[in-house]
Design a protein around this ligand. Structure first.
Ligand code: PML
Length: 256
């Protein structure tokens, strides 16, 4: 990639003011593109912020040059669907996958509790993910509503359309699935041992477990009625800061 100029283009939108001023998160997305595609990527992300059915009060667009020499190309995780008919049965399978990945039963229970009720004593919804010690279930990143975000990644040129077509052939056409598959790919590449996620979007009930041995294992009916949502990254305690730095800084293109 030497000689090429790459930009990370990131958008986040909120209702009622900026996120840092207490606004409610509405939408967020990112592209990692060649300089010549930056303007189109920015326009597409603003269009996405404006297309959520409710006009945002706040949209922040960040355009940041990234080190193209450091760019890693990482194959997209394989996706498996587990057709568990309800959240209780899906959770049973998910718990087994997380334990196979080295996550202790108590850490698994802490993560499900947080996705069900919100994080910490205030039952907060996070803008990013929480990093949990995979043995104790302690939250390792500062207990703020910000959480940790996987950033500086995107599908490689052509890979977004190729993966979208593959998912569509399996009936998976929602942008959330395509986006979450790229997130999980970066999360595991960054050194997390597993991820647990279901959406905080009230009507969206699918979720997944990601881990090296099971790839991206998707549950169409994962979120219990009324549950909050979010993401938990399970890590080895002594590596959590390295994993966070990689999640937040290392540029990655996800290959089809
Ligand atoms: C989110 O809203 O970001 C979480 C999306 C979970 C996607 C689950 C899927 O459709 O595979």
């Amino acid at each position: 990639m030497s000689g090429e100029i790459l930009y990370s283009v990131r958008m986040r939108a909120a209702l009622g003011g900026a996120h840092e001023d207490g606004g409610a998160h509405l939408s967020g997305a990112e592209r990692l593109v060649f300089a010549s595609e930056t303007e189109a990527a920015a326009a597409a992300l603003i269009a996405r912020a404006l297309s959520r059915g409710v006009p945002p009060d706040f949209v922040r667009l960040t355009v940041e040059r990234v080190d193209a020499v450091a760019l890693a190309r990482v194959p997209v995780l394989p996706l498996t669907t587990i057709p568990a008919p309800d959240p209780t049965q899906a959770r049973r399978v998910a718990e087994g996958l997380l334990r196979d990945a080295g996550v202790s039963p108590s850490a698994v229970a802490c993560a499900f509790h947080s996705l069900q009720n919100g994080f910490g004593a205030e039952n907060a919804s996070l803008r990013g993910a929480a990093i949990f010690d995979l043995l104790t279930g302690d939250r390792l990143d500062p207990p703020t509503a910000r959480g940790v975000r996987a950033t500086h990644f995107d599908y490689a040129p052509g890979a977004r359309d190729a993966v979208a077509a593959r998912l569509a052939a399996r009936g998976l056409t929602h942008f959330r699935t395509l986006d979450a598959l790229a997130v999980a790919t970066k999360v595991l590449w960054s050194g997390a041992r597993a991820e647990l996620c279901w959406s905080d979007e009230p009507e969206y009930v699918a979720g997944y477990v990601a881990a090296p041995a099971c790839g991206y294992t998707r549950f169409p009916y994962f979120k219990p009625t009324g549950a909050r949502g979010g993401r938990v990254f399970f890590v080895d305690r002594d590596r959590w800061e390295d994993v966070r730095d990689c999640l937040e800084r290392a540029p990655v293109w996800v290959e089809a």
